[in-house]
Write a protein that binds this ligand. Sequence first.
Ligand code: DAU
Length: 325
Amino acid sequence: MGSNFIHHILTAYPNYKVINLDKLTYAGNLENLKNVENNPNYTFVKGDIAKSEDVEKAVGEGVDVIINYAAETHVDRSILDPKAFLFTDIIGTYTLLEAVRAGKAKKLIQISTDEVFGMVRSMNEEFTEQSRFDPSSPYSASKAGGDHLCAAYWRTYQTPVIITHSCNFYGPNQYPEKLIPLAVTNLLEEKKVPVYGKGEQFREWIFTEDHCRAIDAILHNGQIGEVYNIGTRQRSKNIDTIKLILKLLSKDESQIEYVKDRAGHDFGYAVNPDKLMNELGWQPQVKFEEGLKQTVNWYKNNENWWKKIKSGDYLEYYKKQYKER
Ligand code: DAU
């Protein structure tokens, strides 16, 4: 998501300067930004948002805005081992907030998730910006911790922050641990798709570019101290999502492998995006079926990108997650 947003900003605003601070953990990949490497408006700094000296190095004398895309994000990994999530998602957010409080940035935009609200039981219920936090996994609890800190800093110190809660992203360059890229790449490798439980759970999906446009709108017109939900109302049961992917790749349902359900698995996420739509005029532009088609084509045309990833440490994780549970 971060690299897609950097592309979006450098293209849409040729006079903006972007500094990318990234620890380059397992999902970080400089290849995603290879074509802007020599852009004079782009600087890369390797470092950790949870270390104040790294944040200071990146912001230097000061910047206009810090947009916090840096996070440990994968629920299953947080169930296997929560520790890294606490450092990046909580201490990392704290460190960025301190930089803003010290005047090193005019505002912080916290990229967060709808998962902090827990789950809904039907597609007709929706999370609003006022919904109570009720996180289920170590991942969503750590994001909730970071978001609580943002809200507390605003209330206590008037540190300028804006918080966003988005539904599930999908699109090009997504690390193949998430449902959609995992399914697509497994099928391209003639492997089965692991579906947790019976696949009855549902998610709400936003195409990468629509999310970039939402953050663009919030960056330019969002109100300090406000919270914005980012959602599309495009909701799909996991099993239906998998069937759409199977169809796009001309595969049949024998490619589905039902596996043990995720512990604490949230049944559904559904976001009410009315505030973002009504106040900032944002609308999603990409329909789920269309975005899925583009995504499948991207993975088909970029085998080198994901084949490199699906080796070494990735295979170790895959074994732990899918074979040894
Ligand atoms: O709601 C936004 C969130 O969406 C983000 O905050 C998270 O960072 C992101 O990881 C995502 O969380 P999910 O748990 O919904 O995403 P994931 O792709 O892991 O799973 C989507 C659904 O598919 C979920 O119900 C679990 C299921 N699933 C997932 C995997 C990886 C399977 O059935 N099989 C799988 O192998």
